[in-house]
Design a protein around this ligand. Structure first.
Ligand code: GDP
Ligand code: MG
Length: 370
């Protein structure tokens, strides 16, 4: 079966289309950018470019920028990455704050918490959990529209006194679209006269069946402000993580997603990135979106300088040439030449995309005039 166009293959390798055409020519295959080549030929080209190949199916070839495919034996358990969602005023921010304070390692750091877009807490059983601190549904949508999948599970906050509301349903749909499991946190149970059973029934109408009703969805009654059952919530997250069997290879070039970024007056471009594969090291050369640079300094959510960041750790990095957008991919590469190449490739791709949009716009105008 035909597998992939030459252009798409080049895109996936972040290589120039012309180089791929040339490589094919050397192999005796004449193809233009828009022509498709079969999976076997694609595999040869990919190897020619020094990447490892993972055949996802007979007809598809998938690879990351730096040769992606990890052997099973290279994979180590990694902490879960959790996003908290729910209706406005149901207690997302309060819960994130309370969980941050529940961090058993916070004392060591002198309790200084620097506000970055994600943080990691150490839990009493020795494990860790990463929370994405952007409780906005918009941020979640923006990431997903860029093809970024950062979260392993969603904690759905539902206030016991208010029940399922429009943004609760929206969050359920987001989790479904992203194909990630939900844990329900029924919040504000400290309030007198609240009825968590009502919440369970309302969730049922949206096909969320909690465990106490015989379903699969874990549900914990909590109070963010009175700090009730936060440990149980963390346990539920740990259990869900165990079920998902989350793993990554720490011994490879780092790859991940930009969570947020800004231009800092004193420090220049600053990006918070989530390392998803490999280990990011101070001094690494990285490409983030179309920006690149050497990681001059790396800080965790407590403002501590780090030399290394393993999978699932969110870190702030300094040293980029510009400000990448949230949801964009970042990858550590072998040298500056490669970084420049990928950066130029991504810039070109972005330009092509916007001019394609412009052409499409002209088409419409022509049609209108005709
Ligand atoms: P968000 O909009 O979902 O981020 O909600 P917030 O965390 O800002 O909380 C909205 C309001 O609910 C605030 O006034 C909180 O103090 C209050 N609140 C949050 N959690 C609880 C809780 O567990 N119990 C009570 N009684 N109030 C809470
Ligand atoms: Mg909030």
């Amino acid at each position: 079966p035909e597998a992939i166009t030459v252009q798409e293959l080049a895109n996936r390798m972040a290589a120039r289309g012309g180089e791929v055409v040339k490589a094919l020519f050397r192999m005796g295959v004449m193809a233009t950018l828009t022509q498709t080549i079969d999976a076997d030929t694609a595999e040869l080209v990919v190897q020619e470019f020094g990447h490892r190949v993972r055949r996802v199916s007979e007809s598809d070839v998938e690879l990351g920028l730096e040769g992606a495919a990890d052997e099973d034996t290279d994979l180590q358990p990694r902490p879960p990455v959790v996003t908290i969602m729910g209706h406005v005023d149901h207690g997302k921010t309060s819960l994130l704050d309370a969980l941050r304070k529940a961090d058993v390692a916070a004392h060591e750091a002198g309790g200084i918490t620097q506000h970055i877009g994600a943080y990691q807490v150490a839990v009493p059983d020795g494990g860790k959990v990463t929370f994405i601190d952007t409780p906005g549904h918009a941020a979640f949508t923006a990431m997903r529209s860029r093809g970024a999948q950062v979260t392993d599970m969603v904690v759905l906050v539902v206030a016991a006194d208010d029940g399922v509301m429009p943004q609760t349903v929206e969050a359920i749909n987001h989790a479904r679209a992203a194909n990630v499991p939900l844990i329900v946190a029924v919040n504000k149970i400290d309030k007198p006269g609240v009825n968590p059973d009502r919440v369970r029934q309302e969730l049922l109408q949206h096909e969320i069946v909690v465990e106490s009703l015989g379903g699969e969805t874990q549900e914990i009654e909590v109070s963010a402000t009175k700090k009730i059952n936060l440990d149980k919530l963390l346990e539920a997250i740990a259990l869900q993580a165990e079920i998902l069997d989350l793993r990554a290879n720490p011994a490879r070039a780092a790859e991940g997603t930009v969570i947020e970024s800004k231009l800092d007056r004193g420090r220049g471009p600053v990006a918070t990135v989530l390392v998803q594969k490999g280990t990011l090291k101070q001094g690494d050369i990285v490409v983030a979106g179309a920006e690149w640079g050497r990681v001059r300094a790396m800080l965790d959510d407590k403002g501590r300088q780090l030399k290394e960041a393993p999978p699932s750790l969110p870190v702030e990095i300094l040293g980029l040439s510009g400000v990448p957008s949230a949801g964009e991919n970042f990858v550590a590469v072998e040298d500056e030449a490669r970084a420049r190449e990928i950066s130029e490739f991504r810039q070109r791709k972005a330009r092509e995309k916007s001019s394609a949009a412009a052409v499409a716009g002209r088409g419409t105008l022509t049609d209108m005039l005709a």
